[in-house]
Design a protein around this ligand. Structure first.
Ligand SMILES: C[S@@+](CC[C@H](N)C(=O)[O-])C[C@H]1O[C@@H](n2cnc3c(N)ncnc32)[C@H](O)[C@@H]1O
Length: 261
């Protein structure tokens, strides 16, 4: 079935003509992607088109319509495309003032807390929270963090927890030596931080998300910026349904809040 949609072997010249002809129309694939992930490329048609074109070329798929047919039936390819189109850029201690606020609240509450990071990207944010809580003397048994992201590749990287200098640029030498082991140019996160976080590949708009438990604190930073207003509201409603009670706090990123006004 998979091969059915693959491009036939053609000469280089005719292949170029075919690509030029078949890679003209992207609305359907863009609509499909938006419907499934919430991510809206309407204002970035050129970027979207160029990314999908190189994805198709890399997989020897001859047109956008073939690509669409394939991602309907091939779960693995669909995941690969999602990994390819999502922006997983993040770094440790990003917008740290919010994490500081959380630390103060957890310290003064004395109860065990569950924290959600949606999206977690490659783990930088949930691990930052774990590092900040542990450094403040909060007991490991007092908190647990769930990190979710739609990108499987990002989740796998989060589970590996190996970072480069750029990702940890905001961390002091003291924190680096307390929580990382340096091996050549890479920083390997220690087990005691990794143990505080569980990762899952979940799309917030899919059923699996509703099956997660409720949380005392939710971080959803720098994801809503990729959604249109309607999808943003839908996401916010989904988060509210995971509040433990009226005291649950949700932290959005600065950029998300700018988009909400
Ligand atoms: C720029 S990162 C933000 C990471 C981190 N929260 C931060 O602020 O640094 C945005 C992430 O949102 C994820 N994402 C986009 N749509 C999603 C969805 N529908 N469900 C779950 N994650 C999604 C992407 O895969 C990407 O890793």
């Amino acid at each position: 079935m998979f091969n059915f949609f693959k491009v036939q072997e053609v000469s280089h010249e005719s292949k170029e003509i075919k690509l030029a002809k078949d890679f003209q129309n992207i609305p359907n694939i863009s609509k499909y992607f938006k419907k499934n992930t919430g991510i809206d490329f309407d204002d970035q048609e050129v970027i979207f088109k160029s990314r999908i074109t190189s994805f198709c070329r890399a997989h020897k798929i001859s047109s956008f319509s073939s690509c669409l047919k394939l991602i309907y039936i091939d779960q693995e390819l669909r995941q690969e495309l999602t990994d390819y189109l999502t922006t997983n850029e993040s770094f440790f201690y990003r917008e740290f003032h919010q994490i500081e606020k959380l630390v103060q609240k957890v310290q003064s509450s004395c109860k065990n807390v569950k924290i959600l990071c949606a999206p977690s990207a490659q783990g930088e944010e949930p691990y930052s929270i774990a590092i900040a809580l542990l450094t403040a003397g909060v007991k490991p048994s007092q908190f647990h963090i769930t990190g979710i992201d739609i990108s499987l590749e990002a989740i796998q990287r989060a589970q590996t927890a190996v970072y480069n200098e750029k990702a940890i640029r905001n961390l002091s030498n003291e924190l680096r030596s307390m929580y990382f082991e340096k091996k050549s140019e890479s920083y390997h996160l220690t087990r005691k931080v990794k143990n505080q976080v569980t990762f899952k590949c979940i799309n917030i708009f899919e059923n699996e998300f509703t099956q997660l438990p409720n949380f005392d604190y939710i971080f959803s930073r720098n994801m809503l910026i990729y959604f249109d207003t309607k999808t943003r509201l839908k996401a916010q409603k989904l988060f509210t349904s995971h509040f433990v009670d009226a005291n649950t706090e949700i932290y959005y990123g600065h950029a998300d809040l700018t988009h909400m006004h």
